[in-house]
Design a binder for this molecule. Structure first.
Ligand SMILES: Cc1ncc(COP(=O)(O)O)c(C=O)c1O
Length: 282
């Protein structure tokens, strides 16, 4: 299909990282995730996928296998596709390794080498899939240095990095893609949601060599990149054919704790302290 209203060229150009890229269009976020995994496996000819604790990647079977939370997403729907391995996310506030940033030297990323020794061999791993900022799992932003370290280890072992930008992408995190802000240069990116802002359109963009790995007819779908969604979405975002008019929204404010304290002051005796967190409960 050639009448794509600039979506493939826009997402392809805007994506971080050097070299030529390609985009495929599908209808839902979960479908984009499924296809990203198929592409990664076809390119690397390896079976295993590493996903993170607290991750959410959708409700179809492979996406559910990658999703972490049991209730309400997974429980009762077992069994899931195999060869998915899970590691802790970079969550400094509740560090799974009881370390403290920055003296930890992003141990959570470096621990991947340990996973390769004790859980799954690096040469069996096709990809690590990660939400650049955790979404359903609690809006967690990894510390500086996490993604460069993670990417370096993956590159060393020929493992692809898939950024699931379905929730963070298209200017929801202060840049067109959260990956750009956080020093993540993915091989494949999944996007949906704000790609059109309401219409069923999703995409996978990646390095051309990777995207070309599946055989002809291996990827696609009846309604993939349907003209109505492309046209409606392009109009809504004010996208021209080249995607030139897309502008990132204002970056997120850094002074949220201060604002909360100010609001707490205003609330006076009604304020009963933080209910969550390390000192006040689960
Ligand atoms: C990070 C992430 N990945 C995948 C999905 C699945 O997208 P969809 O609901 O369009 O299948 C979502 C949806 O919330 C998401 O937030």
């Amino acid at each position: 299909m050639r009448a794509t209203c600039g979506y493939p060229s826009a997402s392809t150009r805007l994506l971080p990282g050097p070299g030529p890229k390609k985009t495929m269009l599908v209808s839902t976020g979960a479908e984009a995730v499924e296809n990203a995994i198929k592409i990664a496996r076809a390119y690397t000819k390896r079976p295993a996928i590493i996903a993170f604790e607290d991750a959410f990647h959708g409700r179809t079977y492979m996406a559910l296998a990658l999703t972490s939370k049991t209730h309400p997403y997974k429980a009762g729907f077992e069994p899931f596709p195999s060869d998915v391995y899970r590691i802790p996310y970079a969550y400094c506030y509740r560090c799974s390794y009881s370390k403290t940033y920055p003296s930890c030297d992003v141990f959570c990323a470096r621990h991947l080498e340990d996973t390769f020794k004790r859980v799954v061999a690096a040469e069996s791993v096709a990809a690590v899939i990660v939400e650049p900022i955790l979404g359903e799992g609690g809006f967690v932003i990894p510390p500086a240095g996490f993604y460069p370290a993670l990417t370096e280890i993956c590159r060393k072992h020929g493992i692809l990095v898939i950024a699931d930008e379905i929730q963070t992408g298209f200017a929801r995190a202060g840049a067109m893609f959260a990956s750009t802000r956080l020093g993540l240069e993915p091989d494949l990116v999944t996007m949906a949601k704000s790609l059109t802002g309401g219409l069923p359109l999703a995409a996978v963009t990646g390095r051309s060599a990777v995207m070309d790995a599946p055989g002809i007819g291996g990827l696609g779908g009846t309604f993939a990149g349907s003209p109505g969604c492309l046209r409606g979405g392009a109009r809504r975002l004010g996208l021209d054919r080249e995607g030139k008019s897309l502008q990132p929204r204002r970056p997120p404010r850094r002074d949220v704790p201060k604002t909360c304290q100010r609001l707490a002051g205003k609330m006076g005796s009604h304020w009963r302290g933080p209910r969550h967190g390390r000192h006040a409960g689960p």
